[in-house]
Write a protein that binds this ligand. Sequence first.
Ligand code: X8Z
Ligand code: ZN
Length: 605
Amino acid sequence: MINVTTPPRCILQTVLFAAALALAPFASAADKSPSPIQERADRFLALVNSSYQALTTVSSEAQWAAATDVTPAHDAASETAGKAYAAFNGNPAIITEAKALLAHRAELNELTWRQLDRVLLNAAEGPMTNPQLVADRIAAETRQASTLNSFEFKLHGKVVTANDIDNLLESSTDLAERRAVWEASKESGVALKAGLVKLRDLRNGVAKEMGYPDYFSLQVARYGMTADEMIALNDDFMRVLRPLYLQLHTWAKYKLAEKYHQPVPKLIPAHWINNRWSQEWDGLADGADLTPYFKGRTAEFVIKSAEQFYTGIGFAPLPATFWTKSDLYPVPAGDPRKKNTHASCWHINLADDIRSLQSIEPNPWWFSTAHHELGHGYYFMSYSRPDVPPLLRDGANPGFHEGFGELIALASSQAPYLKTVGILPADYKADDTAFLLSNALGGGIPFIYWSSGVMAHWEADIYAKNLPASEWNKRWWQYVREFQGVEPPSARGEEFCDAATKTHINDAPAYYHNYAFAQVFKYQLNDYIARKILHQPPQSCNYANNKAVGDFLKSIMEKGATEDWRKVLEEATGEKFSTRAMLDYYAPLMKWLEEQNKGRPIGWE
Ligand code: X8Z
Ligand code: ZN
């Protein structure tokens, strides 16, 4: 076992020695006489894979402890483990050898050069060619995580949890109260701004150290795309969905004005919407409100139901340690422990230690989130097999990783499925339009204008365009107005940093475009499953207990990152990555919205 307090250099030597003893487990076994360059790559990757897996385990364990119980000791251990991880994965010798081998890309097999590309991507997060920069980044990341995870929201002077805030925004119809709650939810940004300003430069610094123009470009390199190409892709999602979004926006603002007895606004006031960032517009589709069906249920029921979705379609039960090591429920009132309140799923050892961090309550939102998280968990389980080297135990791209859980969250919201599992009564008569509307408002259409629009553009601006920190909030709200058609209840100056109230801006930087990708991906997979496997309408289908659906998903998941994502998607669905299925899914809703909105001014310009 590696001692995390050992200075980085010694750790490297220990790991190099241990790994050098290992045989090359991922060498192409079928190839009897590999070329000298292939052989050299195999030896190198055997060492890197084993060390990468060991150090991932050490640093994930430390980060898990810090995220589930914020204390100075856990922060210190997390920082040290992060440095140990970088000491190996960003080591100049590792970078030099990976580059030297990649100069012979054409002579290496695909599995090999994919691993070598990944070695360089991993190195770029902490390139030890500049140890001070890396040490500063790790220290700043640790501090920011600690501030985020321990932040206490206060409403009228009293501490409230993130769940309290969300539940109040879900239930309150008092606009003054809603505004107070919404404003309270923005206070964390004030505490996080200084750290984020520093991190912007440190993150750009590490990316530049490895030849990337900026940190945003480094992240989208996982798609084999440039920053401009990723932004163009996201702009394209918004372009094709715009007529539908404008109809939905119009419908929603009339509905909200009626709900709050207000005149119809041009832009929707942010505190009228149930979600703190207006990323999902839940609670407006009256005929599809599932809240009453969770009354009397438990949080345990929610997570067990999510597992049951996956085992029903043929996946194995979660490992026993998932249940003993995960942290799934809110910290009980009165317990001083502070933990991160945003849902996540962790692949601690790149093998069978899979954990989830959540604060589940028995309601439809957490039901959906639990299904999302286990999408990550089942992806981890599917690609943790001998044919997939640890370096490639990852999604085909990060959007795939977000997409499977989103797909299952969508499938678990369909009325036929909910009837099968007994959440809706067997004689429930679903209002198909209301369910479709609910999907569109939930993780569907407004989400694209938030993820592809506000989040992707704002992060591209701060990283790739170096937007001065004195303009961050102005730019944020400019994008919220332009892309979402939403405005704050009152002017938000630069004393606030409303972007930083979003978890990912702090701890998953330049990542959010993956959720936009995941939406488009999810409709494409659902379309294939509904039409080709289930022979049911994509808008109302039932995956329950269908092993062919599970086999289809496993066939994609078990590849991990061993193949190009475009090829994987096209081979699985027979179609290139496309918004076609998403548009088809909502075609019936578009007709209905146009009918409802007759005579209303559409949009906000
Ligand atoms: O962060 C998440 C997941 C964890 S990977 C719960 N999501 C995004 C968010 O909450 O902002 C899921 C969809 C969008
Ligand atoms: Zn996720």
